[in-house]
Design a protein around this ligand. Sequence first.
Ligand code: DGJ
Length: 723
Amino acid sequence: MKHFILTVLCMLLVTFRGGAEEQQIIRISTDKTDLILQVADNGRLYQTYLGEKLLHEADIKKLANGGASQQGWEVYSGSGNEDYFEPAVAITHNDGNSSTWLYYVSSSSHPVKGGMQTDIKMRDNRYPVDVVLHYVAYPKENVIKTWSEITHQEKKPVLLSRYASTMLYFSCPAYYLTEFSGDWAKEAQMSNQQLQFGKKIIDTKLGSRAAMHVSPFFLVGLGEPASEKEGDVLMGTLGWTGNFRFTFEVDNLGNLRIIPAINPYASSYKLEKNVPFVTPEFAFTLSKGTGEGSRNLHEWARNYQLKDGNSSRMTLLNNWENTYFDFDQEKLIGLMKEAKDLGVDMFLLDDGWFGNKYPRNNDQAGLGDWDENQAKLPDGIASLTKAADEIGVKFGLWIEPEMVNPKSELFEKHPEWVIHYPNREAYYFRNQLVLDLSNPEVQDYVYGVIDKLLKENPDIAYFKWDCNSPITNIYSMYLEENQGNLYIDHVRGLYRVLQRVQENYPDVPMMLCSGGGGRCDYEALKYFTEFWCSDNTDPVERIFIQWGFSHIFPAKAMCAHVTNWNRSASVKFRTDVASMCKLGFDLGLKDLTKDETAYCRLAVSNWKRLQSVILDGEQYRLVSPYEANHMAVNYVSKDQRKAVLFAYDIYPRYQEKLFSVKLQGLDPDKLYKVEEINLMPGTSSDLRANGKVFSGDYLMKVGLDALDCRQLHSRVIELTAQE
Ligand code: DGJ
């Protein structure tokens, strides 16, 4: 019945566009944004509008003529046409011709979860090449997701050298790009620049730990630099766990085209007849200010993109920074008891539990041999899950199944499964190499690692899936002469493995980790409940890293652990910084004083109590660490009855002028009680407003004196609407 209704609805939608004139205009809209495409007289498809939603249908028809005649606004411009700027698609055909001109064939729409999908078919008029452009518009969240599909029926394979996900155009007086770049332990650092004539490219060539130097997302201020509350801004992100490339090109007329794509670097792709080449999804939102844009993406992610986006998350204690590779059963059981004592939900066993012929006692050996190390764990993982159960915590496990150390039994048995040169010296990143996931046999092996662990230990409640190396020595024995396909087919192979894990073990949450935040994209996050933002857990650095990632990801997707990095910051400060995201710990309670342990317990219980506000509420970035010696963020529950304000004083100057923090997102007419929480035992709040009641209007216009001149000082303030 459901299927029947859906079919009828689709037919209606197609018929709606059935009139000769109407057929020429395709409107993709959310509640706030319109993307309007039009077929021009030459039969090709052009973008005529992308911006704030148009109120009058009649205006859309007027747009058409002007827009469609502007050269260079072709929606999926092919190489070798009259457009002199960067194309979306480039194909070398069997006869050596490298031009592709795409003509509109048809389009249709159908409802999908949360939105409306539009598919537009196009075809080259000289070669049997088809392109389908897909768009899903999510009205409520004001997000559009788009990707493309290329197929051909030429006799022999064609060579693809460009394969964009989409192409978007803007015409503004100026464009201001914000990128999120960095390195290991320095992820998502924001920097801005004005785009001038020519191209700015943001790309990565790292293959597997692809986002180590730059994250797959950006902001563009349209007309003026993007700010939190004002200005038109485009925020976009590509779902691809491999090499990506964003091209921003300002042309001779001052128009900007944005091309999100897989990076074609070393990837001229040999495409067989009738095999669709599906590009990654690019999701974007247009908003007034970056704050609104982030909230759009957060809500969209929780509703449709992030694994278990609407479920709760587990707090945890990890052993990595506490023990590194040096542990045994007894030590681990002791840590499980500490986890219980702290009040967290789970104990997470990190690297070092496997390998026998080549024991994993450091990072030089053992990757690939996923059997419990007999010296450390004579009774196996099973005894640990049992112990965890008895103690009353869940048990999670670290794996890095895509990797191999040359010192491993796996490498001895299957050197042909490993990406490396047959004729050159190997070079290593962290003493390891990457398994060749373009090879289905290797996909089976990697899936088998997880499958075996879960079959033998059904009580494993969580995986931390790590990926510490970029692809080095880029050569696949499996692909033979088709090496141009390796970077891409490797990532697709990874997705195949993840799909199988998801299908067979849908209820196992997983953390996406890549030596810190080297993987952070919305395709991977279909399979992972959260990602590890950075190995850098110095709370000062984390303030910047989390600020950066929060532009695109909800707090629910971002793991933050309290560790011993930067001991000059108090345990309270470190914990308060981690409490803004998905809270965890990676230290031993023996490192803490009695009061600090009591504080952590309190912070865990407060976090659990307020989890739904922090992880599911609306986030408002209030004070930027890039602009002040402070930082503040508040979260507001959907019903506006609860809010939490996090305020940090980083390194304020002596007697610096302080300003009040104006909250956002509250109901102006509700009265809120203000209470400082997360106080160290034996201390009380010196916040003047503590315990008092204010209207939402007051709190948003006058604000709270939540900032201070004390260095590395923090406050967590709970606001509760009064009946
Ligand atoms: C890198 C991760 O980011 C760390 O948290 C830890 O799991 C190590 N790998 C283990 O090798």
